[in-house]
Design a protein around this ligand. Structure first.
Ligand SMILES: N[C@@H](CCC(=O)N[C@@H](CS)C(=O)NCC(=O)O)C(=O)O
Length: 252
């Protein structure tokens, strides 16, 4: 079979997590990008369920970013592995990954969409990269409907957005506490899936310059949002994720 095919929403942070893991592990794969809503048809076409990233491999279809990282890990050379082989540290990495996947990922997405979704030109700038032009045209034509569907799907409502922002602060504080002893990585002395997951799922609130799809200049946002982004960027956990992007995020 040909090389693995990843269906993505290119700017999605869960897709970035999978992309980073696959690239880090040295897996040669193809990426097919779509806009939200349009991704569903592409995912179904390769036998997936609904969400992205979805990876078609010779062994079957993987419908979850952690499954994709585990797949990449099994094929990686020893020095590129994403999970420790020792039982204790491996469990620790998987637990951190699960925590970031279930809290940080949805929280950062909800908070960022709350100010990007209403702004047509910001949305076009962020979402238009690496997707068919006709999808972008249709999305812009049907923007009120698309916004309503996305708000409902991700529960982007004021109360939920405020709660997500508070939880983001707590998550950063907890990660910061873990890093307070000066460690370079979350588990052990080398990059693991826990680091990749934290950095990529935190990226929407940090806007690292190395993120593979365009990030708007933060001056584009209202002052209160800029202040929040600076808080994240200057937090020890934020500085940690930005360092990982600067030092470890090498593109193919
Ligand atoms: N647990 C999943 C979550 C992935 C996820 O939430 N993907 C979003 C994009 S960021 C998505 O596909 N949302 C649209 C949908 O579910 O149809 C994973 O780790 O892969």
């Amino acid at each position: 079979m040909s090389r693995p095919l990843m269906i993505s929403i290119p700017f999605s942070h869960f897709c970035e997590k999978a992309r980073w893991g696959l690239e880090r592990a040295g897996i040669d794969f193809e990426e097919e990008g779509h806009l939200p809503i349009f991704h569903v048809r592409a995912v179904r076409r390769i036998g997936g369920a609904r969400s992205v990233p979805t990876l078609r491999t010779a062994e079957g279809v993987l419908n979850d970013s952690t499954e994709i990282l585990l797949f990449a890990d099994r094929r990686a050379a020893a020095e590129r592995r994403l999970y420790p082989t020792e039982e204790g540290p491996r469990r620790e990495v998987l637990e951190l990954e699960e925590w970031f996947d279930t809290r940080l990922g949805p929280d950062s997405r909800r908070w960022v969409y709350s100010f990007v979704l209403p702004d047509r030109s910001l949305l076009a700038e962020i979402a238009g990269y690496g997707v068919p032009g006709w999808e972008m045209k249709l999305l812009m034509l049907g923007l009120p409907l698309a916004r309503a569907l996305m708000r409902k799907g991700m529960r982007i409502y004021p109360k939920q957005v405020a709660r997500s922002l508070a939880t983001l602060h707590e998550t950063f504080d907890k990660v910061g506490e873990r890093l307070a002893d000066g460690r370079r990585f979350l588990v052990g002395d080398r990059l693991t899936a826990a680091d990749i997951t934290f950095a990529s799922l935190a990226a929407p609130v940090l806007m690292p310059p190395e993120y593979p799809t365009p990030m708007p200049a933060i001056e584009r946002f209202p002052a209160a949002i800029q202040a929040e982004i600076r808080w994240f960027q200057e937090h020890p956990a934020g500085r940690f994720a930005l360092r990982l992007y600067a030092e470890e995020r090498r593109r193919r």
